[in-house]
Design a protein around this ligand. Structure first.
Ligand code: NDP
Length: 451
């Protein structure tokens, strides 16, 4: 049977655009449909604008430090509309780059919603239908809000980049990446931030000691963090939103933001009708090659709810093209993915947390926490943390956790060593770079604990 396309990609985010480009470069006839903006969550309403806001929010502390170093400087005020205008101009530029990638590689793009009509047919919102040998679902995810009275008034990370003005006060609900990152960003920009997290400690799943330090530092820098606390209901009132909390308190905030997780974008996509199996969360169930229960339908990125990170979606897209278009079966490797959380201080992490590693056999824990030279000189109480989890028998470094300014940059390199299977002795025989914070990662001689 002759198909209109070899590959039809639904979704123009990081994963979809990469798969479309690489498939087209390999000689496939490729089409892609995107209903919103090219670049997807990462570029338009996630990583990129978030990181630019992180940069913006770090200047007050940098200016205070500059004063401590002898400079006569004053912060003045933060011009949110000026920053926001520039931010969106940058996002427009990046969207053009993504469109350009597709057009330069002869990927036919359709600026519209698309869904599956059957295992080999995509239907656009206009009713137009195309047949494809393979269909790749790369529709990403979307923020979800808990079902509580008044939730419709709350913001999510989607809206935060479009605020007309920065609020005076903001309540953030959640304790994951997004909640913690925005608590720090908005705090840095001068918003009075309160954060409610229902559990005992923020950033569930990450290394316990690292989470503890981040929480302490966030509180110290002004975030009003309430653990073991959730929202019960909210209502619009004069001057903001009245929020009732599980701890019995009631307070009014200018704005409320939910960062309570994201759900895969699979609703009304024709997936189940075409026989594609979905998981409990609505995610497309896929095998190690990103193939769904329908052999011609594949899925990558957040819509599969595996590891919801941009570089992982890109890897999954590349492995899909290698497998399906180039005929070289390539499973996706999800082991030891380094990642950063852009809280203040930042966290960079790769491999197992101490808690997880304990479940896998005897370990040694090497850990140090100290005041780094630059901040200490400026009179700041900030501490950093460097931690290695080592398998007692094989000596392999199972996990590396860094909480420090620039930890995201550091963990990329530590990630190479951990991925290569470096042992503690490999770290030990690496000469320290002096004077740096990260030299501590190769100079920790004695375990602080064994387990
Ligand atoms: P997460 O799943 O990481 O966190 C959701 C948070 O909301 C958790 O603290 C969860 O609590 C809490 N929560 C869930 N439901 C409720 C509820 N009904 N009431 C109150 N609290 C609730 O989601 P995020 O939205 O923060 O991030 C989504 C994904 O995006 C991340 O998993 C990550 O993969 C990615 N991301 C990555 C970033 C990076 O690489 N720097 C930055 C931002 C996002 P509990 O822990 O108790 O379940």
């Amino acid at each position: 049977m002759d198909f209109d396309y070899d590959l039809f990609v639904i979704g123009g985010g990081s994963g979809g655009v990469r798969a479309a480009r690489v498939a087209a470069q390999a000689g496939a006839r490729v089409a892609l449909a995107e209903e919103s903006r090219y670049g997807g969550t990462c570029v338009i309403r996630g990583c990129v604008p978030k990181k630019l806001m992180v940069f913006a929010s770090e200047y007050p502390a940098a200016i205070a430090d500059a004063q401590s170093y002898g400079w006569t400087v004053h912060a003045g005020g933060f011009d949110w509309p000026a920053f926001r205008t520039k931010l969106h101009a940058e996002l427009d530029r990046l969207e053009d780059v993504y469109r350009g990638i597709l057009s330069r590689n002869a990927v036919e793009s359709f600026d519209t919603r698309a869904r599956l009509a059957d295992a080999h047919t995509v239907e656009l919102a206009s009713g137009q239908r195309f047949s494809a040998r393979h269909i790749l679902v790369a529709t990403g995810g979307w923020p979800v809000k808990p079902d509580i009275p008044g939730a419709e008034h709350a913001l999510t990370s989607n809206e935060i980049f479009h605020l007309d003005a920065l609020p005076k006060s903001m309540l953030i609900i959640g304790g994951g990446y997004i909640a913690c990152e925005f608590a720090c960003i908005l705090n840095g920009l001068g918003v009075e931030v309160t954060q409610f997290y229902r559990g005992a400690q923020i950033l569930r799943g990450f290394d316990g000691e690292a989470r503890g330090l981040i929480a302490d530092e966030m509180i110290q820098s002004g975030v009003n963090l309430h653990l073991g606390t959730n929202i019960v209901e909210m209502e619009e009132t004069e001057g903001g939103f009245r929020v009732k909390a599980t701890n019995g308190t009631e307070r009014v905030f200018d704005k409320v933001m939910f960062a309570t997780g994201r759900a895969p974008n699979t609703a009304d996509m024709g997936l189940e009708e075409a026989g594609v199996a979905l998981g409990r969360n609505g995610e497309v169930e896929v095998d190690a090659y990103s193939q769904s229960s329908v052999p011609s339908v594949f899925a990558i990125g957040d819509v599969t709810d595996r590891v919801n990170l941009t570089p992982v979606a890109i890897r999954e897209g590349m492995a899909f093209v290698e497998t399906v278009i180039k005929g070289n079966p390539t499973p996706v490797d999800h082991v030891n993915i380094p990642t950063a959380i852009f809280t203040q201080p930042e966290m960079g992490t790769v491999g197992m947390s101490e808690e997880e590693a304990r479940e896998h056999g005897p370990i040694e824990v090497y850990c140090t926490s100290f005041k780094p030279m630059q901040q200490s000189f400026a009179g700041r109480p900030d501490r950093v943390l460097m931690k290695l989890i080592v398998a007692a028998e094989s000596r392999r470094v199972l996990g590396c956790h860094i909480v420090a300014p620039g930890a995201g940059e550091l963990i990329q390199l530590a990630g190479v060593a951990v991925k290569m299977g470096a042992t503690k002795e490999d770290f030990d025989r690496t000469v320290a770079v002096h004077p740096t914070m990260s030299e501590e990662i190769v100079t920790m001689n004695t375990p602080v604990r064994t387990a």
